[in-house]
Design a binder for this molecule. Structure first.
Ligand SMILES: Nc1ncnc2c1ncn2[C@@H]1O[C@H](COP(=O)(O)OP(=O)(O)OP(=O)(O)O)[C@@H](O)[C@H]1O
Ligand SMILES: [Mg+2]
Length: 245
């Protein structure tokens, strides 16, 4: 039986109050089975980042619940939520957010140090090899290309063997060739290691590396495509973004 790595149930997120209130997410329910790769798409402001932040425990829904690897995040206090986020959840952003003064291996080991654990050198080298950077362990971010820096960020997200890896436009700052390399790596993690991945993207070519694409419009789900090619995904996005004139 395949379990869900993440379940989002009737999640709403409202910001502000009164006249300036914004409903960023409106009753969104989604399940993300273990070992699957899901892309989240939708127009700017449709709630993609808000959904990711709520699902990853970086933000709290106004209502509804989120379960990651069997634990309901929405019931946890701050201390336990922080611990669960550190140990079970990986996150990569568009900006790589590496610490410039640390080497690749020190950046990768950081989540374990922050959790008060002694990182094993062998484990750090193993994840660096997994992202194709076995020979760059001693390099600092400024000595690495953009694609290599994002791969260090990926290794840092994977060091704790998270139940789920979230990416908010992880290839958004990369040229298309380098972006494809990172996407190939994400795909290989799903196929080879059964990693669960949830990735926000604007790019239909990036999205077609996923098993399915879910679409958001105005904070609500608006259809999904399974196993679709870039052209079908682009056509669906064009429909969602069409402005009547
Ligand atoms: N902290 C906040 N306070 C107030 N409104 C917010 C906040 N964060 C997001 N919003 C609003 O919620 C809505 C959804 O924002 P979100 O960042 O999730 O969109 P997105 O789909 O990720 O957009 P983009 O593609 O531009 O990154 C937007 O209308 C945004 O202005
Ligand atoms: Mg966003």
């Amino acid at each position: 039986m395949i379990n869900d790595a993440v379940q989002v149930r009737s999640v709403s997120r409202r910001y502000g109050s009164g006249d300036s209130a914004v409903t960023a997410l409106d009753q969104v329910s989604l399940a993300f089975p273990e070992g699957t790769f899901t892309a989240v798409m939708g127009p700017s402001g449709s709630g993609k980042s808000t959904l990711l932040h709520c699902a990853a425990g970086l933000d709290r829904p106004t209502s509804g619940s989120v379960t990651v690897a069997g634990t309901e995040l929405t019931r946890l206090g701050e201390t336990r939520l922080t611990r669960l986020r550190r140990e079970r959840i990986g996150f990569v952003f568009q900006a790589f957010n590496l610490l410039p003064s640390l080497t690749a291996e020190q950046n990768v080991a950081l989540p374990l140090r922050l959790a008060g654990r002694r990182p094993s050198g062998a484990r750090v080298r193993e994840v660096l090899r997994q992202v194709g950077l076995g020979d760059r362990a001693r390099h600092r971010p400024a000595e690495l290309s953009g694609g290599q820096q994002q791969r260090v960020a990926l290794a840092r997200a994977l060091i704790t063997r998270p139940a789920v890896l979230f990416g908010d436009e992880p290839t958004g700052a990369l040229d298309s060739r380098t972006g494809r390399e990172v996407l190939g790596l994400l795909r290989a993690m799903v196929d080879g290691d059964g990693q669960t991945i949830i990735m926000v993207t604007h790019d239909p070519v990036a999205a077609c590396h996923a098993d399915r694409v879910v679409f958001l419009v105005d904070g609500r789900l608006n259809g999904e495509l399974a196993g679709a090619g870039a052209e079908d995904i682009a056509a669906h996005m064009a429909k969602l973004e069409a402005v009547p004139c």
